[in-house]
Write a protein that binds this ligand. Structure first.
Ligand SMILES: N[C@@H](CCC(=O)N[C@@H](CSC=O)C(=O)NCC(=O)O)C(=O)O
Length: 281
């Protein structure tokens, strides 16, 4: 059972914030849900949003401006927090790109993270089931999208669980984490030194293995004034992997846009329309 933290009328629906005792994480976890007005009378498709480093479950509902069109389409939006919190692990709050706010959407296998840092299982199993059982969500029509670390999460969780998610898109994803400083730091800490294990959580590596699991395509938007583009994000690695795998991909590069939520808010409507085309009806 999830406890309501707060509820707010928004575009005829409800923007809600929840907390639940997660058996997967072993601690309380938070998430937000936009309930569209249609949910009062029918089951609605559900779109999971994964946020980036330093974000919480509040960042997307406050900054992305997604509720207006989600209300029109009748799409539920679920945004989980980005990591466990207050685990007691020494140094969990020391770095903004590791530990709190930086769960990387995988199940850690290395100490001291492995007990609580189980974001993949939480999102794909426990939270997915909670949304199905407690809300009027049709999880047979589920999609996933995200930004930066959350773009990495959306692509990897979709590729690792294609039975769960029928549609996937991303804004400025960390597209080849095995080859960038953010990914190398997180994977070393959470998965250990064995780079073979990293491949199972790297979207570009997974795409080469999975061979085009999304026939209706994948949408990626990337700003060209993004300060993280060249060192951390490496979208061309993913584009090449899609070409090699025969996976249809629309990769849009935008002059003048940076990494932040003004960029996301500028193109969020296109992403909602993309998912609605696949999940709607
Ligand atoms: N503290 C960092 C900047 C952190 C940052 O830019 N976080 C991004 C996601 S980065 C990849 O996952 C974000 O979404 N921030 C939230 C926001 O409201 O913009 C630094 O010092 O550079």
């Amino acid at each position: 059972m999830a406890d309501i933290i707060s509820e707010h009328r928004c575009h005829g629906g409800i923007q809600a914030f929840y907390r639940h005792e997660s058996s997967t994480i072993g601690l309380p976890m938070r998430f937000s849900v936009f309930h569209p007005p249609q949910e009062r009378s029918e089951m609605v498709p559900v779109l999971f949003w994964l946020s980036g480093l330093t974000c919480t479950e509040e960042t997307f509902p406050i900054k992305a401006n997604a509720q207006r069109l989600a209300a029109q389409y009748g799409l539920m939006l679920v945004a989980p927090d980005t990591s466990p919190r207050n685990t007691g692990i020494e140094g969990e709050d020391r770095d903004w790109d590791l530990g709190s706010g930086a769960g990387f959407y995988l199940d850690a296998t290395a100490e001291p993270w492995r007990r609580h840092y189980r974001m993949e299982s939480w999102i794909t199993e426990e939270l997915f089931g909670l949304v199905r059982d407690e809300f009027n969500a049709d999880t047979e029509r589920a999609g996933i999208f995200g930004h930066s670390m959350g773009g990495h999460g959306a692509l990897t969780l979709a590729l690792r669980h294609p039975d769960r998610y029928r549609s996937v898109s991303a804004f400025a994803p960390i597209a080849a984490p095995s080859r960038c400083p953010w990914g190398e730091k997180a994977f070393t800490a959470y998965l250990g030194e064995d780079r073979e294990a990293w491949r199972e959580h790297d979207a570009s590596e997974l795409m080469r293995k999975r061979r085009a699991p999304f026939p209706q395509g994948i949408l990626i938007d990337q700003g060209l004034d993004d300060k993280f583009l060249k060192e951390q994000l490496l979208p061309l690695q993913f584009e090449q992997a899609c070409i090699d795998a025969g996976q249809p991909l629309t990769m849009r590069l935008h002059e003048g846009y940076d990494h932040g939520y003004y960029f996301i808010a500028s193109f969020i409507d296109d992403h909602l329309a993309f998912h609605q085309r696949i999940l709607g009806g």
